[in-house]
Design a protein around this ligand. Sequence first.
Ligand SMILES: *[C@@H]1O[C@H](CO)[C@@H](O)[C@H](O)[C@H]1NC(C)=O
Ligand SMILES: *[C@@H]1O[C@H](CO)[C@@H](O)[C@H](O)[C@H]1NC(C)=O
Ligand SMILES: *[C@@H]1O[C@H](CO)[C@@H](O)[C@H](O)[C@H]1NC(C)=O
Ligand SMILES: *[C@@H]1O[C@H](CO)[C@@H](O)[C@H](O)[C@H]1NC(C)=O
Length: 338
Amino acid sequence: MVMEPSIKNIAIYLCFFFCVLSPAFAVKTCDVPAIINFGDSNSDTGGLSASLSLCTSPYGETFFRMPAGRYSDGRLIIDFTAESFGLPYLSTYLDSLGTNFTHGANFATAASTIRLPISMKPNGRSSPFYLYLQNDLGVAFFLNKSVKEVNASVPDIVKKFSANIKDIYNLGGRSFWIHNTGPIGCLPYILTYFSTPKDGAVCSNIYNEVAQHFNIKLKEAVVQLRKDFPSAGFTYVDVYSVKYSMFKEPRKYGFELPLVSCCGYGGKYRYNSGAECEETIVVNGTKIFVGSSGRLSVRVNYDGIHYTEAGARFVFHQISTGHFSDPPVPLKMACHTS
Ligand SMILES: *[C@@H]1O[C@H](CO)[C@@H](O)[C@H](O)[C@H]1NC(C)=O
Ligand SMILES: *[C@@H]1O[C@H](CO)[C@@H](O)[C@H](O)[C@H]1NC(C)=O
Ligand SMILES: *[C@@H]1O[C@H](CO)[C@@H](O)[C@H](O)[C@H]1NC(C)=O
Ligand SMILES: *[C@@H]1O[C@H](CO)[C@@H](O)[C@H](O)[C@H]1NC(C)=O
């Protein structure tokens, strides 16, 4: 039976984040006074939690030692990014009372889409705070759209993405750091409910193909954006390849059981949408709290949908070098335009 993932967890797919940094034209380390981020649960530092669905224990257990609005045991890629620039962690605009936004703001919310969502929370699946970001693929699969239909919707999603970049440019954004989407077919919540042929990392082949198709179209869109806005800098970051390497060669990078969630219940992938991380379920008349177990520091997936802090740290260290970027410049120099 395909069960509905609960409100907090519908997370992810299109993990973009864009930093709007201050332009500097000399070839030196960027002066970054602020980061403005748009994204979904991959980079939500408290938006959904402040608005619709409070994020509770054991989320935050590794680093913050308490729930911190993040769908992970600790820090996200955006947190490592802020740290690397000496900036405070981004405050979410949905939690604005008394908040100081001098160093930026976070517009990401878990379960966001780029397009107008088909079904919105609190009763539906997607975040009402869409970019006009990021669950266009993941949510569609759970709304029983065929892989073919979802794949066919990619050009329109990317078109809406570009339209949003134009709006942000018109608001003054000049330095854009754009993450492509990850291998959705390697996540327990997809692997549990959609059994399809597997690829070399034992991930679901066809779902990863849709993500790859999206990424090709996204990269084309970024090429066009560079032509349209020559005074802005656009860095396309291949997060997909870095994430995929954790599934393909976990031992090489110090990870184990990459396809199994730490915080979850039941089945091969330790995921069940009726018994998600932080929920209390009743099994044979006994109450069971779905908590986390396993050595978090060597695990990739935290709750069936989201990455662990260890996973996010690995991704951040790889992408900040510039080896996965187009153009191939390190994060600290990514404010420069061509
Ligand atoms: C907000 O933070 C900035 C930078 O840390 C500081 O200069 C400013 O005074 C703060 N504003 C308020 C209202 O606290
Ligand atoms: C999707 O299909 C499954 C199985 O046929 C069904 O149980 C579920 O209600 C459907 N979901 C939606 C949102 O239509
Ligand atoms: C998605 O669409 C593209 C372009 O039409 C096609 O090349 C690709 O094979 C499709 N992928 C899947 C999984 O349907
Ligand atoms: C629940 O009870 C049934 C029947 O006694 C048993 O087969 C099943 O394994 C039990 N489930 C769990 C999770 O203990």
